[in-house]
Design a protein around this ligand. Structure first.
Ligand SMILES: Nc1nc2c(ncn2[C@@H]2O[C@H](COP(=O)(O)OP(=O)(O)OP(=O)(O)O)[C@@H](O)[C@H]2O)c(=O)[nH]1
Ligand SMILES: [Mg+2]
Length: 234
């Protein structure tokens, strides 16, 4: 199952749903919307997605989508952005990698250099990645990537006390420290295709600061070295 959190992605979300369905024709696509002032929900439904509404914010949208996927018994769950940043052609590779991991992250920084990320943003992502890697005890190159593939039992282990407002680096550190096998694979990405980034305003500095604190907090929690029971990825 694919989970696309979306706010004000009306011009883009339909194309994302269609692109996903070209690559994986039978997959169910869930768009989790809140707070849009455009036709995001209608455009998603027209393209064939199931539309859910959630509480405000990206993390709550993700949690609602994950809870839905778990209740539906999805054999795997991929979260993607609805702004055309993540190519659907990456999906088969992510799912293959999930055969040997509990969580696979698509990383912009492992393969050939892709789209140009503004220097201040690249620096912030790099610093956050270094910080998270220390607390996770393993190298994580792209901790803010919104392209992640999950085994359902890994999600189930995290969704009950899923972070309320931020689910980026902090969630990866939590996953590693709870004994989940977290892998990254190189994934070419594109800049968002229009609209407004959730990290566009001055509040993005506060967001980064809060993520540093939450990430450290996760890193100071207990470490569990046992992996959860595994089932095949269908
Ligand atoms: N439901 C919901 N979705 C959101 C919210 N904020 C962001 N999103 C969606 O989450 C995804 C990621 O947000 P982006 O703004 O693209 O964040 P980003 O990818 O880190 O930033 P860019 O690189 O500039 O695209 C997009 O599909 C957004 O539409 C929100 O408050 N609610
Ligand atoms: Mg984006």
């Amino acid at each position: 199952m694919i989970v696309l959190p979306a706010r004000n992605e009306g011009p883009r979300v339909g194309r994302v749903v269609a692109e996903v369905r070209r690559i994986l024709p039978d997959v169910e696509v869930i768009v989790v919307e809140n707070g849009s002032v455009d036709d995001t929900a209608e455009a998603a439904a027209r393209a064939g997605a199931t539309v859910l509404r959630s509480g405000p914010g990206y993390a709550r949208a993700l949690r609602a989508g994950f809870a839905h996927a778990l209740a539906a018994g999805a054999p795997w769950v991929v979260q993607m952005d609805a702004d055309e940043q993540h190519p659907a052609t990456a999906l088969p590779g992510l799912l293959r990698a999930l055969e040997h991991a509990d969580l696979v992250v698509g990383s912009r920084f492992l393969g050939a250099p892709g789209y140009r990320i503004p220097v201040h943003r690249r620096t912030a992502i790099g610093a956050l990645g270094a910080w998270a890697s220390v607390f996770a005890g393993q190298r994580l190159s792209d901790v803010t990537s919104g392209l992640r593939a999950w085994r359902p039992e890994a999600l189930a282990a995290l969704v009950a006390d899923f972070p309320e407002d931020i689910a980026d680096a902090n969630l990866l550190v939590r996953a590693v420290r709870r004994g989940l096998r977290v892998r990254e694979i190189a994934t070419p990405m594109r800049p968002r295709a229009g609209g407004r980034s959730m990290h566009a305003g001055p509040e993005s500095a506060l967001f980064a600061l809060r993520m540093l604190v939450l990430t450290a907090h996760e890193g100071l929690g207990p470490r569990i070295d046992r992996a959860p029971p595994r089932v095949g990825v269908g």
